[in-house]
Design a protein around this ligand. Structure first.
Ligand SMILES: [Zn+2]
Length: 135
């Protein structure tokens, strides 16, 4: 099981609690619970513990992030834009994520160029040595 990275968030995986704003919580459920770590009873009444749990959940979520393909990067940009618009992240965080996305894209492009170059070289090698004409 387990959602592949880049999947839309499955409602069955999300916390069933209501957020402060009256909207459903968007955090992933903790293992073996219908609530996220932030809303789980263990962290009830303990703000510091709850904050720590939420931070861990974020780290867990970030660990699922993959930036191997242009589609992955696009997904990150879309999620970042959504979170920014929803006020879930600060503008500074969005700028940092945008910068990371650009770096990831550059790396992907560089890798693709490398692969294309290697493919060309392999093709040339298959064709055998070319006859050089000197004038
Ligand atoms: Zn929750």
């Amino acid at each position: 099981m387990g959602a592949t990275p880049g999947d839309e968030r499955n409602g069955a995986l999300l916390c069933t609690a209501m957020g402060k704003t009256g909207k459903p919580c968007r955090a992933f459920r903790a293992a073996g619970s219908t609530l996220c770590r932030f809303h789980s009873p263990e962290s009830d009444g303990d703000r510091e513990k709850a904050r720590e749990a939420a931070r861990e959940a974020h780290v867990e979520e970030a660990g699922r992030l993959r930036l191997d393909t242009a589609a992955d990067v696009r997904q990150l940009i879309e999620e970042t834009a959504q979170k920014l618009r929803a006020g879930q992240i600060h503008a500074g965080a969005a700028v940092a994520l945008d910068r990371l996305a650009r770096t990831a894209l550059s790396a992907i492009e560089a890798r693709q160029l490398e692969e294309a170059t290697a493919e060309l070289a392999a093709r040339r090698a298959q064709q055998g040595p070319t006859v050089r004409r000197r004038k």
